[in-house]
Design a protein around this ligand. Structure first.
Ligand code: GLN
Length: 437
């Protein structure tokens, strides 16, 4: 837990150097079997020593962070787990990285992930599948697989991931850590190698909600380098919260765990709960993938091998290629943007649906992923793979904040609970989240 760790560092009971050394030792020992980290920062210990020497230290002084490999860190390999950018060293820092460094966090290394963040299982990485430290025979989820697995394996104090359709919340749920996707625009995306720019959001993964909150408070805020970023003002937490529980398809046992937790919290706090109707949410996956394919296709046109790396179509994996071909098809001139525009319309409708729901309830609570993660090596259909995202894409489409918190286990496999709040109500969501821990 970050708060306690910071206290130890402040009191001189633990040095930043020792903290980072401990993590590096652990990574050296356990990463060969987990494959959560692709690249270590060769200067991490020197940087930690620098933090120790400082008089007035920042808010994250000496804490070790692992960064998803699609976020630019100057001098470290940001390859999006793709051969396209195999040896690509970040030329500049993403805004979130500058903000972490300003508060004296130390970057330990770069995380494995699904290639270009396309995936829900951690299996599409060009550098080998990442394992789930909390259920070793299962996939860790994705696409921020290495970020979630790094926290679960004790490789860092917290990690950064990106969430376009669930990529922070999904692996957090499977790996038994907290994963938090802020409201769209609450955290600058400058320096994130995008998957789908109108849905992408950077966020933190950690051991508890409080850790995600501390990191969020450092990385949030308007950034002039990202025109979509802004400062939000969150509502306060009322004494009596109303929880909306939607009727949504998910494995019965998962629902049972989630409902038990809702009952427990409502009994403890005297909060109210009730069914909530959300229309059109069954369109989530279709809407999401249409936007994703079109925007990904457009975004990848710069990976033509001329300026850096390799031509993406020549070296990428199957899932990335599928999206490039599919995106090209959808974007053909003769359709004049017809499909993309339709998908954007559906996105607006879903956004409105949530806006109206939050007039009646303070938060919506439901499962994160509709089923348990499959076993490593097991082959599942594309439809099943995309359906992993059916409950997480909604927050991205509606631009609202969402968090996944560990909630229980089914036959030893972790299950998370998902809490959603109105756009901009990030602080409120985090406070309510703590009651579910
Ligand atoms: N699994 C989703 C996809 O493949 C989500 C990815 C993400 O959030 N980056 O697109």
């Amino acid at each position: 837990m970050i708060k306690q760790k910071l206290q130890q560092i402040k009191l001189g009971k633990l040095s930043a150097e020792q903290n980072i050394k401990n993590f590096i030792l652990k990574i050296r020992k356990d990463n060969p079997k987990i494959n959560a980290v692709l690249h270590l920062n060769p200067d991490a210990i020197v940087q930690a020593k620098g933090v120790d020497k400082k008089g007035k230290k920042g808010k994250l002084a000496g804490l070790g962070v692992i960064v998803k490999s699609n976020i630019n860190v100057k001098g470290l390999i940001c390859n999006c787990a793709s051969k396209t950018l195999k040896n690509y060293f970040g030329a500049y820092n993403a805004t979130v990285i500058d903000k972490l460094l300003k508060e004296d966090a130390v970057i330990i290394g770069m995380a494995n992930m699904d290639e270009f963040a396309c995936g829900s299982s951690g299996e599409t990485s060009a550098f080998g599948v990442c394992k789930n430290p909390s259920a070793l025979d299962r996939i860790p989820g994705g696409s921020s697989s290495g970020s979630a697995a790094s926290v679960a394996a004790g490789f860092c104090d917290f990690s950064l991931g990106s969430d376009t359709g669930g990529s922070i919340r999904n692996p957090a749920s499977h790996c038994r850590v907290v994963g938090y996707k802020p409201s769209y625009g609450a955290v600058s995306r400058y320096g994130l190698i995008d998957l789908s720019m109108s849905l992408d959001q950077i966020g933190a993964l950690g051991n508890c909600v409080g850790d995600a909150e501390i990191v969020f408070n450092v990385i949030k805020g308007k950034d002039e380098k990202d025109a979509t970023s802004r400062d939000f003002k969150s509502d306060n937490v009322k004494s009596k919260i109303v929880i909306g529980v939607p009727k949504i398809e998910a494995d019965e046992k998962i629902w049972e765990i989630v409902k038990n937790k809702i009952n427990e919290v409502c009994n403890k706090k005297g909060w109210e709960q009730g069914d909530i109707k959300l229309a059109y949410i069954d369109l989530g996956v279709q809407t999401y993938y249409l936007i994703n394919y079109a925007e990904f296709f457009s975004g990848t046109r710069r990976f033509d091998g001329r300026k850096y790396g390799f031509k993406i179509e020549d070296v990428c994996g199957k899932e990335v290629l599928r999206r490039i071909f599919g995106g090209a098809e959808i974007s053909q001139a003769e359709f004049a943007g017809k499909y993309y525009r339709r998908a954007l319309k559906a996105k607006k409708i879903i956004e409105k649906e949530f806006e109206n729901a939050f007039k009646k309830v303070d938060v919506i609570v439901m499962p994160v992923v509709p089923k348990l993660p499959h076993k490593l090596g097991e082959r599942i259909s594309l439809k099943d793979m995309y359906n992993y995202d059916s409950l997480t894409v909604l927050a991205n489409l509606a631009e609202i904040p969402g968090i996944s918190i560990p909630c229980g286990k089914i036959s030893g496999v972790p299950v998370g609970i998902q809490i959603l709040a109105k756009k901009g109500n990030d602080e409120m969501l985090l406070k309510i989240g703590k009651e579910f821990e």
